[in-house]
Design a protein around this ligand. Structure first.
Ligand code: 1HE
Length: 259
């Protein structure tokens, strides 16, 4: 596979790598081809890219799994299918650079699982969240049971799946599904602004946040503290970090809150 994707659009814009889910006629439902393409895209991030911004073409971010994929599957086929999603979602979460997701319209089922694998979620006011798996007689399969309780807690996820509860954009923001909420149509501007800002961080700091922090959280107390010390020591050893510290101490760096 080259970079000629069927269901994904990519573009390098400065230091930001734009990745568009591009199957709007099916509301960006993720079929097997798409999951393979997502894994390929996130395994081959251009080296110039310092942040990734993922978004959906059309009226919705993502309608989740393409349900026609599961219609007649056996248990083992379902298992292998879910494992493909796990692999692709891990490529996003543990990508070489941070991933910002711009959400709008439906962010449901596997679409929400995908969003939860990203590091920053910017939602516009048209966004709504649901886990219709409960109503479809299935279960999450794209890592949602591992990632979503960390964002919103076990009881909210259970409620979403048992009752089909839909959260609107502002409710999603309040419970931690997105870190940012913007007026409809203004999300891309904000997502790009954040992605550009993230691109200017020291690469080791970004890597520690995206690849080390989640492992510290999943590991034990003692190992976590040791990993934190190691990540901190490696980060501060970089010449770039030393320069940044000198810049602050000599009055050349922005203060907290200055943009
Ligand atoms: C689809 C899918 C899909 C749309 N699989 N084809 N996800 C769901 O249960 C969500 C199902 N989708 C919907 O509830 C609605 O489509 C939306 C609320 C997202 C959007 O509504 P709307 O009115 O804009 O679009 P639409 O008319 O419903 O859909 C347009 C087309 O997309 C239509 O196909 P067409 O050939 O009749 O034009 C739909 O059938 C198709 N479409 N969503 C297949 N999901 C790793 S495990 C994860 C498990 C899950 O994700 S389960 C949750 C699945």
């Amino acid at each position: 596979m080259g970079t000629d994707y069927k269901n994904i659009k990519t573009e390098l814009k400065g230091k930001v790598f734009l990745v568009g889910l591009n199957r709007p006629e099916k509301r960006n439902a993720v079929n097997t081809d798409t999951i393979v393409e997502i894994e390929h895209v996130f395994s081959n991030v251009p080296k110039e890219a310092k942040c990734i911004l993922i978004y959906g073409e059309g009226k919705h971010f993502c309608a989740g799994l393409d349900l026609s994929d599961l219609k007649e599957s056996s248990a083992i086929e379902g298992m292998l299918h879910s494992r493909k999603w796990h692999s692709a979602m891990d490529k996003i979460q543990f990508s070489t650079v941070p991933v910002v997701a711009l959400l709008h319209g439906a962010c449901v089922g596997g679409g929400l699982e995908l969003a939860s694998a990203c590091h920053i979620r910017v939602a516009d006011e048209s966004t709504f969240y649901a886990l219709p798996e409960g109503q479809r007689g299935i279960f999450v399969g794209g890592g949602g049971s591992v990632r979503l309780p960390k964002l919103i807690g076990v009881s909210r996820m259970t409620d979403m799946m048992l009752t089909g509860r839909v959260y609107k954009a502002d409710e999603g923001y309040q419970i931690g599904l997105s870190q940012y909420i913007e007026k409809t149509g203004k999300g891309m501007e904000k997502a790009e602004e954040l992605a550009e800002k993230i691109s200017e961080n020291a690469p080791m700091t970004n890597f520690a946040l995206t690849n080390i922090l989640p492992r510290i959280v999943d590991g034990g107390h003692d190992v976590g503290l040791m990993m934190e010390s190691m990540a901190g020591a490696i980060a501060q050893d970089a010449p770039e970090a030393k320069q940044r510290l000198r810049d602050f101490l000599e009055g050349r760096a922005k203060k907290v809150g200055e943009n």
